[in-house]
Design a protein around this ligand. Structure first.
Ligand code: CP
Ligand code: NVA
Length: 315
């Protein structure tokens, strides 16, 4: 686990594909070891800045608590209260903040804005969700799947709904981890073809990356069934149009009956009960949704410890 993770020191995590397959698996294993108490990396004196231009409960709080558990601190750099919100250039902001804090976790709209921070900063920049990807989420998601099944190789992750940021990170990270990923989404809401191609190239012969239009075909025999909101942050005005387009894509008990009988249910949250997921499935025995939310904390401790070079990762 050690040498792969030591190589992450000082690096950015802007997208799932920024790390290797081995690093992705090693981060998940370190997260599991941190969760069990077997590993306790330390980041005393280190400070993480949070720049969130969109709402967040889980990501903001889990990054804050992750730093506290590692012995470090977090500063909330609310964009509406800093000069970022008044138009100070990203490059200037990134250079100044690099003199104060040790890493930045950024939630924003365009991936190019995140890249702009990374280009100018001299500290690690972490994607805390953009319109393109949610890579920290995918680490927690596959940790949750590994906990349920012991290992990930050869399992199938079915994602039903919008081919969005969460679907993109599941594709890339799944390809790295040897998980077959099947995306079921209506025509017009498919994942970005470039992301699908990237995932297929990473997967090679090891696992399959598929996009289908029938939710039943997507979940057939799958070990995990995952969904997310139909309208992501920034798409609120499309809500009613999307409710029409996604009719038949609700993860309910009838759809779950087509999955592997041992299948788990995942959702990154927040959820819209009665839209992308039924109340019965969200609260049912197959749901690992609240373990998944907890796992954000453990996965991000593993990520921060690696990017900030915590001692003892070689153990
Ligand atoms: N899943 C997730 O990223 O949740 P938040 O928007 O609450 O951070
Ligand atoms: N796809 C959702 C995920 C929220 C955690 C969004 O971008 O709003």
């Amino acid at each position: 686990m050690g040498s792969e993770l030591s190589a992450l020191k000082g690096r950015d995590f802007l997208a799932s594909g920024d790390i290797s397959s081995e690093q992705s698996q090693a981060l998940i294993n370190l997260a599991a070891a941190i969760k069990s108490g077997q590993r306790r990396p330390r980041l005393e004196g280190k400070v993480l800045g949070l720049i969130f231009s969109k709402a967040s409960t889980r990501t903001r709080v889990s990054f804050t608590v992750a730093m506290a558990r590692l012995g470090g601190q977090t500063i909330d750099l609310n964009p509406s209260l800093s000069q970022v919100g008044r138009g100070e250039p990203i490059a200037d902001t990134a250079r100044v903040l690099s003199r104060y804090v040790d890493a930045l976790a950024i939630r924003t709209f365009a991936q190019s804005d995140l890249q702009g921070y990374a280009d100018a900063a001299s500290i690690p920049i972490i994607n805390a969700l953009t319109d393109l990807e949610h890579p920290c989420q995918a680490l927690a998601d596959y940790l949750t799947m590994q906990e349920a099944f012991g290992s990930l190789e050869g399992l199938t992750m079915a994602y039903v709904g919008d081919g969005n940021n969460v679907a993109h990170s599941l594709l890339i990270a799944g390809a790295q981890l040897g998980v077959n990923v099947r995306i079921g989404c209506p025509a017009g809401f498919h994942p970005d073809p470039q992301v699908v191609e990237q995932a297929r190239a990473l997967a090679g012969e090891r696992c399959r990356m598929e996009v289908v239009v029938d939710p039943g075909c997507a979940v057939a025999g799958a070990q995990a069934v995952y969904t997310d909101v139909w309208a992501s942050m920034g798409q609120e005005q499309e809500q009613s149009e999307r409710e029409q387009a996604f009719k038949g894509f609700c993860v309910d008990e009838a759809l779950m009956a087509k999955a592997d009988p041992a299948a788990i249910v995942l959702h990154c949250l927040p959820a819209h009960r009665g839209e992308e997921i039924s109340e019965a499935v969200l609260e049912g025995p197959a749901s690992r949704i609240f373990d998944q939310a907890e796992n954000r904390l453990h996965a991000q401790q593993a990520l921060l410890a690696s990017l900030l070079g915590a001692d003892g990762l070689e153990a």
